[in-house]
Design a protein around this ligand. Structure first.
Ligand code: FAD
Length: 412
């Protein structure tokens, strides 16, 4: 392959694929096409340090254009790809022009799921995905602070909870409305959900579980004034942050006939149903050997799938099979998750929940599935190694702080 390689989406996965291609010896043209006006930047701080005003613009940059230029990777920002012609091997840009490719990378990410309720389009109802979204939320937080108006967060997922924690740290009154009976119920063990609920409440946030949001209330100028629940109660708000999950940006892929199901379907090597097209990151759903589909939305997934995609373009097999991991920062607590907890039948605790440093280990029968560590980075790294090696400590060993879990790892 001599190129050209076109990469649609200049985020985590797109940048990783471009750099891995160069590192792998590809010498042909690489063009990164991003529809945002910014050079590639880190998304995780947008709900954490960036929103809190604890980070400057330079720290948010993932790759400066000059750095990409040094690797002869052409970055084009503010350019949206509107169609893919697989027969002609070309993409159409928003200005109607076309660009030819030999190989195409789809790294289009995901977008926030829209709130399907009356009033959801009112001014001051915001979701968080991009740097511009974060700037809009930051400005609105300042306005709420100046006018002593409360913030309501719809959705007690990671992004919603991180925004809630940041808003509380700024001194705003915050209410989190979660439809499910517990926080992060799809991924956390029940005792950790309860612990997070207590963490937010202890910092002064109001948390409503099982909350059914009915409508967004607004004034005559369509500026948000509150959130109405199914029971008729209204939570006043000067800002409503909607964090109810994301949808993969797979429209381009669907329109050109690529296999898509909960995202662009890829194998463990990031290959799509077209041999000339690979895909990586939040826009994908990975088909496992047993036929099931796995959707991950994380920096690690975007990075590893980007590396696999580059390898596939170079004719190599580099399956992404490592243990998935993720992190979340809320107040002064760092949650680090390793593995996939779905299907867990029981949990054991290592450490002290009251002391704030511990790990919850998820088991299905005797098999370790996952481990969630709070302010316990060493245990998190150890859990990843155990899971990568397919080693399950017994639940008794996992909960015994005196037991050396590292002793179970195979010798190098
Ligand atoms: P993105 O980073 O979204 O990049 C895709 C890019 O493609 C975007 O710029 C998009 O605008 C562009 N694009 C889409 N369509 C087109 C088109 N047609 N033409 C041109 N460009 C297009 N993960 C963690 O592991 N830990 C965290 O703590 C964490 N915190 C997060 C906090 C926030 C607020 C958010 C939003 C995400 C967080 N994530 C976190 C998730 C992580 O950031 C994503 O999983 C990761 O960015 C995915 O990378 P990606 O390249 O697939 O998508």
């Amino acid at each position: 392959m001599n190129g050209p390689v076109l990469i649609v989406g200049a985020g985590q996965a797109g940048v990783q694929t471009a750099e891995a291609l160069r590192a792998g010896g590809f010498a042909g043209p690489i063009t990164l096409l991003g529809d945002e006006p910014h050079a590639p930047y880190h998304r995780p701080p947008l709900s954490k340090a960036w929103l809190a005003g604890e980070m400057d613009a330079a720290q948010l940059v993932m790759r400066a254009p000059e750095m990409l230029a040094r690797k002869t990777i052409e970055l084009r920002t503010g350019v949206k790809v509107t169609a893919i012609d697989r027969a002609a091997k070309a993409v159409t840009l928003v200005d109607g022009s076309t660009l030819a490719y030999e190989r195409l990378v789809l790294a289009t990410g995901a977008r926030p799921r829209a709130l399907p309720l009356p009033g959801a389009d009112a001014r001051g109802v915001l979701a968080l995905r991009s740097r511009d979204d974060a700037s809009a939320i930051a400005a609105r937080l300042d306005l709420c602070l100046a006018q002593s108006r409360p913030v309501v967060v719809i959705g007690g997922g990671f992004i919603g909870l991180e925004v809630a924690a940041t808003a509380r740290k700024k001194g705003l009154a915050v209410t989190v409305l979660e439809a499910a009976p517990r926080l992060l119920g799809r991924v956390l063990a029940p005792q950790l959900s309860d612990w997070y609920a207590q963490l937010h409440r202890s910092h002064g946030a109001q948390l409503l579980l099982g909350a059914q949001v009915a409508a967004i209330e607004h004034d005559a100028a369509r500026t948000v004034t509150g959130v109405r629940l199914g029971d008729g109660s209204v939570h006043p708000a000067g800002l409503v942050v909607v964090g109810i999950g994301v949808e993969p940006n797979d429209e381009l892929a669907r329109a050109c006939g690529l296999a898509c199901e909960r995202g662009i379907v890829v194998d463990a090597c990031s290959r799509t149903s077209d041999p000339d097209i690979v895909a990586a990151g939040d826009c994908t759903a990975r088909r496992a050997a047993d036929g099931s589909l796995l959707r991950l939305e994380s920096v690690q997934n975007a990075t590893e799938q980007g590396k696999s995609a580059a390898a596939a373009l170079l004719g190599q097999e580099r399956p992404f099979t490592a243990t998935p991991w993720f992190w979340s920062d809320q107040y002064d607590r760092k949650l680090q998750m390793a593995g996939l907890s779905s299907g867990a039948t029981h949990w054991v605790l290592r450490g002290d929940m009251d002391g704030g440093s511990f790990t919850v280990w998820h088991y299905r029968d005797a098999t370790l599935l996952a481990a969630d560590s709070v302010n316990a980075s060493r245990e998190h790294l150890l859990a990843r190694k155990l899971l990568d090696a397919g080693v399950s400590p017994t639940p008794e060993q996992a909960q015994d702080s005196g037991f050396d879990l590292a002793s179970l790892l195979p010798r190098a």
